[in-house]
Design a protein around this ligand. Structure first.
Ligand code: MN
Length: 231
């Protein structure tokens, strides 16, 4: 048997301190999961969690200690950054209780949920899916995965993003409306989580535009930092 077109390569992320890599299965993203960001987008911050997906090949793998680049995407005039804590699933399952969620986590990374905000806003107004605003090529620059046993206390970690050296987003993971365990409980009630799944847990307030030439630095304290230039 052979394939009639070349099969897609496995998308993967580096692992901190290991030559092995994390193969990416699905990319789940949580919408509006920090109260101040929900408010800046015009919502109360008290709604049930909701989700969207990005295609696996939206990943731009940021290798350890190396800055990365992402091309400015087509169709938009308002490309936004969103820095997020990314949870990497090591053990799959469905109907996972929040209290058991930690058993399913392989590790953590820093990722950017890049957004064509003008197109997303258009789709929202029309009650249409967000795909064109969220799920475009190169829309998920993501750094190396730090195994959970080396990650320390993720909950109290600071999360930050700067553009050209100016701080734009700053919060702590403790400000999540739905915490990591609750997010895993909700997602695994709707889909069967698989090893290799990534969960982008949401972004704090302070989102804004970038243009070609801008350099974004995103970090989660104790997890790592990524540098990505828009080209
Ligand atoms: Mn996001």
């Amino acid at each position: 048997m052979s394939y009639v077109v070349p099969p897609s390569p496995t998308v993967s992320l580096p692992i901190v301190g290991s030559p092995n890599r994390f193969p990416v299965h699905r990319i789940y993203c949580v919408g509006r999961n920090y109260a101040e960001h929900a408010q800046e987008m015009g919502y109360t911050g008290r709604e049930a969690p909701f989700f969207f997906l990005k295609p696996t090949d939206a990943i731009v793998s940021i290798e350890q200690g190396h800055p990365g680049t992402m091309p400015y995407p087509p169709l938009t005039k308002n490309l936004h950054y969103e820095v997020e804590l990314v949870v990497a699933i090591g053990e799959g399952g469905s109907n996972i209780a929040a209290d058991d969620a930690h058993k399913h986590i392989y590790g953590y990374a820093v990722g950017f949920d890049m957004t064509r905000r003008d197109l997303q806003t258009d789709m929202k107004k029309q009650g249409r899916p967000w795909c064109i605003g969220k799920s475009f090529d190169h829309s998920a620059p993501t750094g190396p995965i730090l195994p959970a046993d080396q990650a320390g206390d993720v909950v109290s970690a600071a999360i930050r993003l700067s553009v050209n050296g100016q701080e734009r987003q700053t919060s702590t993971i403790s400000q999540l409306i739905w915490n990591i365990g609750e997010v895993i409980e909700h997602i695994s009630a709707a889909w069967t989580l698989q090893p290799g799944d990534l969960i982008f847990t949401g972004t704090p307030s302070g989102v804004g535009p970038v243009v070609p030439g801008d350099v974004m630095v995103g970090s989660v304290e104790g997890i790592g930092s990524i540098t990505v230039s828009v080209v």
